[in-house]
Design a protein around this ligand. Structure first.
Ligand SMILES: NC(=O)c1ccc[n+]([C@@H]2O[C@H](COP(=O)([O-])OP(=O)(O)OC[C@H]3O[C@@H](n4cnc5c(N)ncnc54)[C@H](OP(=O)(O)O)[C@@H]3O)[C@@H](O)[C@H]2O)c1
Length: 341
């Protein structure tokens, strides 16, 4: 890449099941020129998130798929390097929907200014950004943990799960995390200070989960689906709440993803236990809750009560491999690509 060139990554092919590196293509392109009302951004950090797997498929969803040959969607921390907009000056650092690019134009609608003095700017992609707000909104609006209740969350070392457990504890509940390795479980229990952590890849995982939840489960924050849901279902208490946030075990789309079919048992439990399961998208409660989220979680980070972990890889060209790792659990923490920092 020369000084006069930008780069981006496009969707080269629609994956059949598990995505491959050949489903992506890195391309050189000209650095775009901003018009009146626009700013030119240079991406510092690109966020990689599970929802991007859905955008690679051409099927009906709440979001439009990425077209073949189109630049992959994604949110970034970026620096304003030229501004033709009165609200922004060169050097401003913003959150922006740039996609997987080194440079992008924006007319402001998608920008949020970041203040590096408040928190490290990468937190705008994780604990203080969309994933963090997902945890906050799902618990506030649906989970509503009460003191003494048990809250369980899977993908517990990731950006959504790690905040779910910590917020549950701040509400006086007991937090149990489920994660995919002994090392991740140690992080969840020792660093994040959950009350317990259970490895879903260990033999006899359902029995270990039951032992970690002697009083059953009052809130199960669903991030994964599949075999983990099967283990959680019998432990749900009367009146349990299940914010259905994500189903990453099923994102590669082949049947139930991992070969389990929990639907009949799920439907029986919803009826007999009078469960509240509610799907949600983080932006539905943004107007009512976003300012309080930034205030409360920002304060928690500043005092050290709320902790987070980032998994940073270097170079836009590493984005496809890092994304495939995220879908297989090889990431450990919020996945961020350092594009130009
Ligand atoms: N509803 C919304 O508005 C919204 C917004 C943001 C995110 N989400 C959803 O929230 C969930 C967590 O997202 P995140 O950003 O915090 O990402 P994340 O935790 O970094 O997600 C990746 C992790 O998921 C786990 N995982 C992947 N495949 C799995 C499988 N087959 N079985 C069990 N665990 C598996 C792995 O952790 P382990 O190794 O620990 O298993 C992996 O490290 C995702 O489902 C995402 O789609 C929803």
């Amino acid at each position: 890449m020369t000084e006069a060139q930008a780069r981006h990554i496009v969707l080269a092919a629609r994956p059949q099941g598990k995505p491959q590196l050949t489903d992506f293509r890195l391309e050189d392109t000209a650095i775009p020129t901003p018009r009146a009302g626009q700013v030119l951004l240079r991406v510092q950090y690109l966020s990689l998130d599970p929802y991007m797997r859905g955008r690679m498929d051409d099927r009906k969803s709440y979001a439009t798929p990425v077209p073949l040959g189109g630049v992959m969607d994604g949110e970034s921390v970026a620096t304003v390097i030229a501004s033709h907009h009165p609200g922004y000056a060169e050097g401003d650092i913003v959150l922006a929907q740039t996609g997987w690019r080194t440079h992008a134009l924006s007319d402001r609608a998608d920008l949020r200014q970041l203040d590096p003095a408040v928190a490290p700017v990468t937190t705008g992609l994780g604990v203080l950004g969309m994933p963090g707000f997902t945890a906050y909104g799902g618990l506030r609006v649906i989970g509503k943990p009460a003191p003494g209740e048990t809250v369980v969350v899977a993908a517990a070392s990731g950006p959504v799960g790690s905040l779910v457990g910590q917020l549950a504890q701040l509400a006086g509940a007991r937090a149990v995390g489920i994660a995919g390795s002994a090392e991740k479980c140690a992080f969840v229990q020792d660093d994040l200070r959950f009350d317990a952590a259970v490895n879903h890849r260990a033999a006899d995982f359902p029995a270990h989960l039951a032992a970690a939840c002697p009083n059953g489960i009052d809130v199960y924050f669903e991030n994964v689906g599949g075999a983990i849901w099967q283990a959680v279902l019998p432990l749900l208490n009367q009146g349990a709440r299940v914010p259905v946030c994500g189903l990453i075990a099923q994102y590669n789309g082949v049947g139930q993803g991992d070969g389990t079919d929990g639907l009949p048992a799920t439907m029986r439990a919803i009826l007999s236990k009078r469960l509240t399961l509610r799907g949600f998208l983080y932006h539905e409660c943004a107007e009512a809750h976003y300012p309080a989220f930034l205030r409360e979680v920002g304060a928690g980070i500043a005092t050290g009560r709320i902790r987070y972990r980032e998994d940073i890889v270097d170079g836009l060209e590493q984005a496809p491999a890092a994304f495939l790792g995220l879908l297989e659990g090889r990431n450990f923490g919020k996945v961020i690509v350092r594009v130009d920092a």
